[in-house]
Ligand binder design. Structure first.
Ligand code: SF4
Length: 639
């Protein structure tokens, strides 16, 4: 029986995979106890048979188990048959998935040729007009009837042909009808898919896979939780396809993808995943495999005490209420701690790695936009001039023996705290492990907990401890302390993003302290701020919402993304969408402040939010024009 989210709290503290039904997609079954499947999408022109076949083979060789190919119209849908035949000739039987938007006839054609079709319920029948409509009950029902009429032939065809279907809601492309009733919300995403699911069920078609993708990880996670809750209520258990859309490229995209996908996998949700990178599709596969591997031992985790009550709503974001102590807690953004206790020689280089700049005028080190808020020196005697808003943390004994205690704070173990004669009058940092009994912890109002877990299911263990503290009315701030295991850089980055990011995403932490014996201070600092940004807890850099590109793409996305990044990467908190086509681009970048969207060969339209403000700009002038637009809207600062 599925107990995720709606029926019991058990799965919040015990790893248990969601019991989805098995759906056969070609000869690779999905869901149930089958392995979590890896998939990706080609970005070649679907009419380029040789290019698409070659890229599909590269994906398969990298470990991809299903390959999605766009079918914007009937002719591309028909060419899927040619691609399939060519793959078969070369000995590849990988299941193919047709990606459909807007064109039911293309879906119906593809359903006869490939193993699965993906439809977007936001645009399968409705054409989005980016206008606000008011729907009364009758009008709403009339649209549902129209959808049923247009969608049912595909459902019947899939049932007859043994073709599976993904109903994939995207946060950015909900229909005007759904938006009018639910707004641009996780509830809207769920209802958008469920309307189609119900039509399938009425027609006894159950080879379904469902997805709820968004670029905003908070929305994405909430939408999947709500979907599972809603499916439980209606007696469905279709497998889940997980993904974060338009994640962009590089480390930030990997952090964001792992945060969204990895945290849901840890809660037992997800049967297949796709990591969307604005990089060659083959680059997505090792990332996806690492995300899946990061939970390979989770089922054997040590028992975690169950929760009796849940003090938060898992379907809505709310920051845990804590008392502000100095720059930590309350409504303040989560802080980052950098560990400088193991450094050798002078500190200058290490401070630079921790995001500090030396200010000649004041003769002090000043934190930049991504400067760690708290520097931990352990037992080191430091004589370094730091700006007033940087806190320095020392082991308690070193702190109590030091002469100058301005802006310095002590760090205790639980034991040393209970026996200490000298404590800070305002704030004391205390290590605590999740294995401690909460009832025995001191309730002093000046404590900031540095919370860590040794459990294999770290996310659930940390979360349980914080929720239990909250249940007891405790408002002491909590900083998550994550000791990164000695693994490769990318694996560390992916695991930490999921384990720590998930807690931030639920508003349960006032800061993070990542410690590693293998990563540099620079890497750890980048990762820390990356996780805060990906969880939308603290925006310290420009956010790029770049599509992964596909057969519809009208320009070189990787190259253009690099050009835009080079000119705008200093614009803290500004969100820029870079989308390959006008069909889906504007919707997919729902969250962006500015958009760069391909509208025709050599032509780009620039958006302010969801509005086209500079249509059909020649591509050669488009990056300059985007910069001008950002300036004219008052979002520009000089680098
Ligand atoms: S927005 Fe990008 S990935 Fe999505 S359909 Fe258009 S070109 Fe393809």
């Amino acid at each position: 029986m599925n107990t995720h989210f709606s029926k019991s709290l058990e799965t919040l503290t015990r790893y248990q995979r969601y019991e989805s039904r098995v759906v056969n997609i070609g000869d690779i079954p999905l869901g149930g106890n089958n392995p979590i499947r890896i998939q990706s999408m080609t970005n070649t022109d679907t009419m380029d048979t040789a290019g698409t076949v070659a890229q599909t083979i590269r994906l398969v060789e990298a470990g991809c188990e299903y390959v999605r190919i766009t079918a914007p119209s009937v002719k591309e849908a028909q060419n899927l048959g040619v691609i399939k035949a060519e793959l078969k000739k070369r000995g590849y039987t990988v299941p193919l998935i047709a990606d459909i938007h807007f064109v039911p006839r293309a879906a119906e054609e593809a359903a006869k040729l490939v193993e699965k079709v993906r439809v977007n319920p936001g645009n399968y029948v409705d054409r989005k007009r980016f206008q606000e409509f008011e729907y009364n009950q009758q009008e709403y029902q009339a649209e549902l009837d129209r959808i049923e009429q247009r969608f049912t032939p595909l459902v019947k065809l899939c049932r007859e042909e043994g073709t599976a279907m993904r109903i994939g809601s995207n946060h950015g492309s909900l229909s005007d009808r759904i938006l009018s009733h639910y707004g641009d919300t996780p509830q809207g995403m769920v209802e958008s898919a469920m309307e189609f699911v119900r039509i399938c069920a009425t027609n006894q078609f159950h080879d379904l896979v469902i997805s709820m993708k968004a670029s905003n990880t908070r929305i994405m996670i909430q939408a999947y939780r709500l979907l599972v809750d809603q499916m439980n209520r209606e007696g469905f258990n279709y497998p889940l396809h997980l993904g974060v859309t338009e994640a962009g490229d590089g480390d930030d995209a990997r952090i964001k993808s792992s945060l969204g996908i990895g945290s849901l996998l840890r809660d037992g949700l997800g049967d297949t995943i796709r990591v969307s990178l604005t990089e060659p599709p083959e680059a997505e596969i090792p990332v996806a495999i690492s995300i899946v591997n990061s939970i390979k031992n989770i089922a054997q985790h040590a028992p975690i005490e169950p929760l009796k009550t849940l003090p938060i709503n898992m379907f809505e974001y709310q920051r845990r209420k804590t008392q502000p102590l100095s720059i930590i807690g309350g409504d303040q953004v989560p802080v980052v701690i950098a560990d400088l206790s193991q450094t050798e020689g002078g500190l200058d280089n290490y401070l630079t790695e921790a995001g500090y700049l030396f200010d000649l005028m004041s003769d002090t080190w000043v934190a930049g936009d991504q400067g760690a808020d708290i520097l931990y020196f352990g037992q080191k005697d430091t004589e370094i001039k730091l700006s007033e808003n940087t806190l320095c943390l020392y082991d308690s004994e070193t702190w109590s023996n030091s002469e100058t205690q301005d802006n310095t704070y002590p760090l205790f173990t639980l034991e040393s705290y209970s026996t200490a004669e000298s404590k800070h009058k305002m704030a004391n940092f205390v290590f605590v492990e999740t294995s401690e009994s909460i009832g025995n912890l001191p309730g002093d109002s000046g404590i900031i907990w540095l919370l860590s877990s040794k459990n294999e299911h770290q996310m659930a263990d940390l979360r349980r401890f914080i929720l239990e503290l909250t249940n007891q009315g405790n408002t002491q701030p909590i900083i998550l302390l994550n000791r990164l295991k000695d693994e490769r850089r990318e694996e560390l980055l992916l695991a930490a993003s999921a384990e720590i990011g998930a807690i931030l995403n639920d508003g349960l932490s006032d800061g993070i302290w990542l410690r590693s014996s293998t990563l540099s201070i620079f890497d750890i600092n980048e990762l820390s701020f990356g996780v805060l940004q990906a969880s939308r807890s603290r925006m310290t850099k420009t956010e790029y919402i770049a599509c992964p590109s596909c057969g519809r793409t009208l320009f070189d996305l990787e190259e253009v993304t690099a050009q835009i990044r080079e000119r705008t990467s200093h614009l803290k908190g500004v969100k820029i969408g870079i989308m390959g086509c006008v069909v889906n681009g504007p919707g997919e970048m729902a969250d962006a402040d500015f958009g760069y969207v391909g509208t025709g060969p050599g032509k780009v339209s620039l958006y302010r939010g969801q509005l086209v403000v500079r249509p059909h700009v020649p591509q050669l002038e488009a990056v300059d024009s985007l910069i001008e637009l950002i300036k004219s809207e008052g979002y520009w600062v000089d680098p």
